[in-house]
Ligand binder design. Sequence first.
Ligand code: IMP
Ligand code: MG
Length: 178
Amino acid sequence: MAKKKYDFSEVLISQKEIENRVAELGEQISRDYEGKELLLIGILKGSVIFMADLMRAIRLDLEMDFMSVSSYGGATSSSGVVRILKDLDEDIRGKNVLIVEDIIDTGLTLAYIKEYLEKRGPDSLRIVTLLDKPARRKVALEVDYVGFEVEDKFIVGYGLDIDQKYRNLPYVSWIRED
Ligand code: IMP
Ligand code: MG
């Protein structure tokens, strides 16, 4: 059987557009949390590239931590039940927590994580996502900072993968399956 090939040649969001938007988000977050300390929590692995760029655009004292989760059920659609593969290293009680995500699709993963973290008594808990695919939302979820809204396409690049590949593309593309 021939190896499945993906076409990811179309640039949906260019490197420059991402760079500009990340700078804007960093500026907005710096203003909103002025005088406070921040804890960024990246959801592995997709958020890694965005996290690395965003944190350097924020002018605050900040710490970072990571969580790794996997959703039970089908490979393509989230079931809403999330298994924690890697939990946080540090306590978040009394901290200003900002969850950093690559893309919000159904919203089920973040709805679960948000409720899970809320129970641990942070001072505040917000969400920043590079991409938002609102057409696919299954649960109401308040998203505080959004980089770009995208159409209902399968997105790769700048941290996002298909079969764990293409996370290193410096731009955001989408997969055309032929
Ligand atoms: P949700 O629970 O449906 O919101 O799923 C969110 C997670 O699914 C994201 O953190 C991604 O890891 C993955 N995901 C959703 N849509 C895409 C996509 O278009 N490309 C790559 N990963 C995606
Ligand atoms: Mg993810």
